[in-house]
Design a protein around this ligand. Structure first.
Ligand code: GKR
Ligand code: MG
Length: 416
């Protein structure tokens, strides 16, 4: 069995003005849909980021995969690094962390290889990865402060403007009622820290049994973060990237008992050792899109177990192929100690057959397979590809976007 063709289709999906510490989401989010076809007709699916540097990397590597054995992941790693020497980082300069092009491209192609392996053996991806240790994967509600969608932006808006504690709690009510989520994460670093203290207390009062997290993405200086920790003592399950950089995380960690988690300062394997040595965080967010695919994410889980750290799962805006892959990997990661993040409820589009995935009690049943257990809806993909070609945004730049709403916005991380 050999790879005979690799197809990469960029798509643009209507988004909503969700706020974070560096700005706001634009009118669309971008994804790349990957199809890897074998000489026997088997097709493996994948999904990853759709911004410029990712697309360039995927397109550079794609022709070099023809002729490859889809079971040979070491060969995949070699082909990716040979095709992308000194490729550097993938992210736009407004992002708060940098992922390596080779890690993102390897990850993007590994998932379709595992999908193919599953189809060839009649097994699901979680079985290929060592077997599911849970039948259902729990996800966390991902709550955002947001602007109302401007009239000139296409697509649905959920909740209109959400810029107060009351509106945010109402958003949480909706997520809990409609999806059954049993833990809640707030994208913080948007309102002044005292307002976000109030929001976390209001969430705690309304949902006394739901574990709560907040992720200000480096918005606070260490003394501010320490004051925040004191003000929410006993309220948080964990605090994600409150301050910016490894040393600031270590400084705060020494001053609080609240577990700190990260998807900003540990995004490559060597970072784990530095973070461990400095006790800069106690939980790492895994992600199949940059922790070197599904096998890398599992390995991260094992390393965290050995280091006595917890594992959670990071998310960016995504569609159903990524959700399927994440669910399989979460099922096959024994020490995934927290509910996984997902942006999925924020979109009403998908590229998979059978409609969107539905959460039950905040969880998804692990698809039985074979492979990822999802089929590509080519018509839906073609429509979203048309949207990609029609709209002008080819990169993500939340800081530029927010100037549409606040013309004199000045990006400042940390701000408080
Ligand atoms: O979608 O605005 C967003 C998030 O802030 C996302 O970009 C982050 O990568 O969700 C992510 C996180 O946990 O940091
Ligand atoms: Mg985060």
């Amino acid at each position: 069995m050999r790879i005979s063709d690799v197809r990469i289709t960029p798509v643009a999906v209507e988004d909503m003005p969700l706020l974070n510490t560096k700005g706001v989401h634009g009118s669309h989010f971008l994804r790349s849909i990957i199809e890897v076809e074998c000489d026997d007709g088997t097709v493996g699916l994948g999904e990853t980021y759709g911004a410029v540097k990712t697309l360039e990397g995927l397109r550079k590597v794609a022709p070099d995969l023809v002729g490859m054995d889809p079971f040979h992941l070491n060969d995949l790693a070699a082909r990716v690094s040979n095709a992308l020497p000194n490729a550097g980082g993938i992210n736009h300069k407004t992002m708060l962390t940098q992922h390596q092009v080779v890690d993102v491209v390897y990850s993007a192609f590994e998932i379709p290889m595992l999908d193919i392996q599953g189809h060839a053996t009649g097994r699901s991806v979680s079985e290929v990865l060592g077997g599911a240790v849970r039948e259902k994967v729990n996800f966390s509600a991902y709550l955002f402060f947001k602007f109302a969608k401007p009239d000139d932006q296409p697509g649905l808006d959920f909740f209109g403007e959400v810029m107060t504690t009351d509106a945010l709690v109402a958003q949480a009510e909706d997520f809990v009622t409609n999806h059954g989520f049993k833990s809640l994460k707030l994208k913080g670093g948007v309102l002044p820290p005292d307002d976000e203290v109030e929001t976390m207390h209001a969430l705690r009062a309304r949902f006394p049994d739901h574990p709560l997290r907040i992720d200000p993405m480096g918005a606070w200086k260490v003394p501010t973060a320490k004051r925040f920790c004191d003000a929410v003592a006993g309220v948080l399950e964990y605090l994600e990237d409150p301050v910016r950089g490894m040393n600031a995380m270590a400084e705060l960690s020494a001053q609080t008992d609240i577990p700190l988690s990260t998807n900003l300062v540990a995004v490559e394997f060597p970072h784990i050792f530095e973070g461990y040595a400095k006790d800069a965080f106690q939980i790492i967010l895994s992600d199949i899109h940059y922790w070197r695919g599904a096998t890398g994410a599992r390995l991260l889980g094992e390393m965290c177990r050995a280091a006595g750290m917890g594992v959670s799962m990071h998310s960016n805006t995504h569609l159903g192929i990524s959700l399927a892959a994440t669910t399989h990997v979460a099922a096959a990661t024994p020490n995934l100690t927290y509910d996984s993040d997902t942006h999925y409820p924020w979109t009403n589009h998908d590229v998979i057959k059978g409609g969107k995935w539905k959460f039950e009690d905040g969880a998804l049943a692990v698809p039985k397979g074979p492979g990822l257990g999802v089929e590509l809806d080519r018509e839906a993909m073609a429509e979203l590809h048309e949207t990609y070609l029609e709209q002008t945004q080819i990169d993500r730049n939340d800081t530029e976007e927010i100037k549409r709403y606040i013309p004199d916005y000045v990006r400042q991380v940390p701000r408080w």
